[in-house]
Design a protein around this ligand. Sequence first.
Ligand code: F6R
Length: 617
Amino acid sequence: MCGIIAVTGAADPLRILLDGLELLEYRGYDSAGVALVCSGDAGGFLWRRRAAVRAQSIPELHKEADTAPAHARAGIGHTRWATHGAPTEQNAHPHLDCSGRVAVVHNGIIENHREIAAGLDARGHVRTSETDSEVIAHLVEEHLAAGATLAQAARALLRTLRGDFALALVSADEPDLIVGTRRTSPLIAGRADGLGLVASDISAILGLTRNLVAIGDDEVALVRPGSIAVTDAEGNEVAQQLLQVGWEVEAARREGFEDFMSKEIHEQPRALADTLLGRIGADGTTELEELALGPHELRSIDRVTVIGCGSSYHAGMVGRLAIESWAKLPATAEIASEFRYEEPVVDDRTLVIAISQSGETVDTFHGLREALRRGARTLVVTNVVDSLMAREADGALYTRAGPEIGVASTKCHVAQLALLQVFALHLAALRGTMPASASARLAAEIARLPGVLEDVVGRFEEYRGVAQALAGVNDVYFLGRGLGYPIALEGALKLKELAYVRAEAYPAGEMKHGPISLIVPGTVAVVVATKGRLYEKVLANVEELRARGASVVAVCNDDDDTAPRLADAVLRVPAVPEALVPAVAVVPLQVLAYSVAKARGNDVDRPRNLAKVVTVE
Ligand code: F6R
């Protein structure tokens, strides 16, 4: 999420910043900005320009190049993917302190920004954005006023800030210096002939140097022209972790992965962690303060309809089951393009939740409008802050998966699953429909999901090995029951769109009512057979398929030895509470579709006939 670049010692720092931002644009493109450190007759000063024209912000900044002071040697730049605050120019980075002499660019989320902002406001600071990032500039301002250096101020930040962050700082009073620090979010420093560099991604500076240093968690890098010093949080110099990079720039953008899709599959633990950050308290309570639909409004709801298309619809199916079983509200999930024309019966006691990664899918947008026209309360779950739908609905909840470049949704889908379930817990708590202890247990399990997914994406090659056997198939059934059914639908969709293989998803128990006559020796069936209420029933359905000669691939738990005995191949996943299986079990199916598509020579990032944002009906 978001991209950072900083340079010092350059004859033309603005050009380096803008070139770097272009390479970083895939990390966020709703706004961009730069600040240069300049020296003038009356001392140093900062020159800042920002633009917020979606996907066009960097060309806008180029237009400002003629007005940039010629004598600047250092600067910082940022391309943004909004999480806190709309993608406006005011919210674009770099952010300045009150004096305009300190600038910061920041990636990540400052969890305690509200608390910090309240203190700053009380001490008379004037904040000009809605971001969590701006507080950093004002905190640095206070430390500098108390006599600290920029590096000392950065170390003090490490004691104050909570959350995940990577940031670069400049001050008009230390014109050659870039200070970078981080916790969890990545940040690197680089050195070349007379140049010092800081960036969130290797790709942004790889064209300038291969002398790269990884800044560690809670370390502070002092970068000057041609030199890098790294200290720990106490100011002791530490050994530098040199980075060996064999990649070229294009591969570096994919962080060495073959394509964006495999990169994004691997980013799922982080996408989930960012999405959950600050939303589940230590006591298991849910915190969705940005929701904009207050407790009173939510308590008045007597029915929920979830709408979406494709993968978002599948996430909606899982979300609606959680809402029904935890918040005890009648809930349905509808395909948005159908919902719109169904004359839906909704009123001001119905909550319509529109799910859309892009926030722009026209079918979902019109479904949302139809719900609004009929007087429903509306909520959007999207990955794009202030997107078309977010602006239209009564409330918005944002997944924080960062930009998804691959056309097939992966990390946004799992982030949607988790966020909808957090919302379901939130509703259940408001309505008092779940014992607090049960809800706290589930919340704790949701909070553990990023770690579980880390394990699952670590099995990428194992899943890919299983998928090799399916490279030549032309027909696949995906079967599941209960929560396994939306997973089956998602697996089938992925195989269709990426591998161009006919794939049909069916509720496993429904096969005997017709489709089973299509099963002949060798037909491939992928069955979601993880442990849960319907496990035995699913195994019985697997027996029915095997009796007709089907070749079965089972998604099953690590500790299961029954399902593997019935299957020809297994895709194993760790056991999690049944309600949380979708976010875990969908991963091997993503890898399955990915691998079959690759084996067939397809472009997984840009499958034929598809677009990332579908703006036609
Ligand atoms: C499938 C996929 C699509 C999208 C659908 C809705 O991998 O990505 O099915 O889920 O086009 O898009 P959004 O979520 O942007 O509304």
